[in-house]
Design a protein around this ligand. Structure first.
Ligand SMILES: Cc1cc2nc3c(=O)[nH]c(=O)nc-3n(C[C@H](O)[C@H](O)[C@H](O)COP(=O)(O)OP(=O)(O)OC[C@H]3O[C@@H](n4cnc5c(N)ncnc54)[C@H](O)[C@@H]3O)c2cc1C
Length: 293
């Protein structure tokens, strides 16, 4: 199928893009890498009247470290994340995760901003942003605002962005001392959207978690920062403590059924992921459930 007829404008700056979006009300759509937008238009799931192409806006590009903050521009492509030495050094969770996003052809075009704005609950990068405690930077006609990633995702394909705003960048706290990460997803084939996945970031002191953020994806309508993981912080993690956290996780998650997996299978996989994540982060094979990753 082909998309309905639409007008096209190439924005020259963030200000220009915002003017174009405001002028068109809810009938305009931002075009970034086009890897989710164009299929949706071709299937006529959406029929915007105007496409605002932001692909040439230089101020939306770039990866930079300033003090304790790693800033990544919205137009950073998945392949740029994969190849960035700054990201590998300061947010290696992202380097691991992005290798699971689709395939090279899509990673060559798809962007970080597009993935976050699209907010597919089975996507890897939104969960990483939640695990890494990222701040999402948004521009609108009233100026710039910042929102925690945890509050940015509102539901399936739903975020805090209005139709007249642009996601311009994300800001991540740089990797702390004794910081470790874990990423794993269950998918039918490498590169497919996940059936269940976990992005986690922790600070380990001795044998104990001083901090632990576990963001599950594909098991709810948005990335879920597991409250159950707080049961594992500042305590000696025994099998009984882990079992308690796994029970709490099961009560907290509300997975869905679809053609790929039942809700109960997703719930089970999330528990396997939590146990494997804790085991890997602490280097404790005795805590792993379902065998090593
Ligand atoms: C076959 C296939 C497999 C895929 N597999 C995966 C996968 O396994 N995991 C995964 O995470 N993704 C996957 N994707 C999606 C891919 O990662 C997309 O690149 C991504 O979801 C959207 O990024 P984009 O830059 O292409 O955005 P676009 O398609 O251009 O835009 C997506 C949406 O975000 C809006 N938007 C884009 N940029 C901005 C911005 N800066 N500010 C405000 N709104 C904006 C657009 O208006 C649109 O609504 C797959 C895609 C395909 C085609």
């Amino acid at each position: 199928m082909k998309a309905s007829a639409f007008s096209y404008a190439r924005a020259t700056s963030v200000v220009n893009a915002l003017e174009l979006l405001v002028a068109q009300g809810d009938k305009a759509k931002v075009l970034s890498g086009g890897q989710s937008l164009m299929p949706a238009m071709n299937l006529r799931l959406i029929s915007p009247e105007l496409i605002v192409d932001i692909g040439e806006i230089a101020e939306l590009r770039g990866i930079a470290v300033k003090g304790d903050v790693l800033k990544i521009g919205a137009l950073t492509r998945h392949v740029d994340i994969q190849e960035s030495p700054e990201i590998a050094a300061h947010a290696p969770l992202l380097t691991d995760a992005v290798a699971h996003v689709a395939h090279p052809a899509i990673r060559n075009r798809g962007t970080l901003g597009g993935s976050l704005a699209h907010a597919d609950p089975a996507s890897e990068l939104p969960a990483c942003m939640v695990a890494l405690n990222a701040t999402i930077v948004i521009s609108g006609q009233a100026g710039e605002r910042r929102i925690a990633a945890e509050d940015f995702f509102k539901g399936i394909y739903e975020t805090d962005l209005s139709a007249q705003e642009l996601l311009v960048a994300v800001e991540l706290p740089v990797k702390r001392k004794n910081s470790v990460h874990f990423f794993f997803e269950f998918a039918r084939r490498h590169g497919d959207y996940a059936i269940a996945g976990l992005a986690a970031q922790a600070v380990v002191q001795g044998d104990v978690f001083a901090d632990l953020r576990m963001a599950f994806f594909a098991v709810g309508d948005r990335p879920v920062l597991a409250r159950a993981a707080t049961k594992l912080i500042d305590v000696a993690v025994t099998p009984a403590v882990l079992s308690d956290a796994l029970t709490a996780l099961g009560e907290e998650l509300d997975p869905h059924d679809d053609q790929q997996a039942s809700a109960s299978m997703r719930g089970h996989l999330a528990k396997v992921l939590m146990a494997r994540g804790v085991s890997a982060l602490l280097g404790r094979l005795d805590l792993s459930a379902g065998g090593p990753v």
